[in-house]
Ligand binder design. Sequence first.
Ligand SMILES: *Cc1c(COP(=O)(O)O)cnc(C)c1O
Length: 434
Amino acid sequence: MPAVAFVSTRNSSTIVSLSEAIERGLAPDGGLFMPQQMPAVDHSAACDPQRLPSVARKALAGFFEDDRLQSQLPQIADAALNIEAPTTRVEKSAAPVHVLELFHGPTAAFKDFGARFLAECLQRLQSPGASPTTILVATSGDTGGAVAAAFHRRPWARVVILFPKGLVSARQEQQLTCWGDNVCALRVGGTFDDCQRMVKEAFMDLQLQRQHRFSSANSINIGRLLPQLVYYAASSLQLYQDSGVKPSYIIPSGNLGNVCAALWARLLGFPIGRIVLAHNLNRAVPDYLQSGVWQPRKSILTLASAMDVGNPSNMERLHGAYTSVDALREQLSADSVDDATIQARIRQDFLEWGREWCPHTATAAEVYRRLPAEERKRPWVIVATAHPAKFHDVVEPLIGRTVTVPESLARLLDLPAQCTDIPPTLAALAASIR
Ligand SMILES: *Cc1c(COP(=O)(O)O)cnc(C)c1O
């Protein structure tokens, strides 16, 4: 019996190992996998908070215990998490406010951490001689690029990306369509919800299942959440060592994957204070915490498009762990920010702090400013989920200058792009992946 088993949110008698949970993505009953209990972390073990692979060995050891992948954790962490994730102080603020910079990966958003870790795990779980796995991803922007970068030129995998035509930024589209080789980009004449529906339909279609070995890389996969808790562990250890006070985190949120990771890091005993969610006008979570009634809805388009989620899939994990709204209120709070305020925040923080935010990060920066002055005497961390250069068309007019493009992103912007336009139907998807 593995030390930590994983169970479905819909049926706690479905028990699987870590490897199985990663390979399956979604539980057979349609639920999401959760650790049956949080493993113990050896907090006396040495680790270097500046290096994510070092923190990963300590923070994730319990999840990997007795699993097929146990002996490989160090190599997986070295290969996937060799990305900088510094927590930097906002020097121009008198209050102790910091930024957790999660945009130093190959596609300049935090999705790189999860996608790369998942790719390294799945690679080690392939049986020799098996036919390639087809990874289907519906994306509203950042996930598709990160998954493509992580799985590009891995011969055992084929990636099919579905994205809504005209609803991603120009630079995001370039990052989805610049790969070639084993990555195929489909531009769907529909919305993100259409793309997600088509992926679900493909997964349930028996005939397609016989032709392909499908796997999912969306944030429901536990193999994406585990590496995300590592940067919260590392950041909190570093700030706690410096100040002796537990830092609190403000997280730009959509599907709530990043929030689950932060909650898990705190449950593991890493020194994290409060966890606050920043949403755009998709207010399902803030409204739930206020009213106590869970009402998923259609998504609304905003400037922070990667957070345009009306029915966050990881809510099922939160409902599973905290069965009443009061229990959830004890763990986190949430606020919402409209587009005009996102724009004003980008402008003001550039003038006052010299910081350039992407529209997602700006929601967290705004929620920070709304905290009572007394609260702001304690250390806070604004989680920066993407680089502003990915959203230069929004950011540059507001700050009145061009945003310097990170080198890894610049390389991708120079590659030739290719994609296929399809209507929003399963038949069109099936035909284009045949
Ligand atoms: C995906 C994404 C988010 C939302 O993260 P969730 O884990 O889905 O809550 C926020 N900001 C950016 C830039 C993203 O790409």
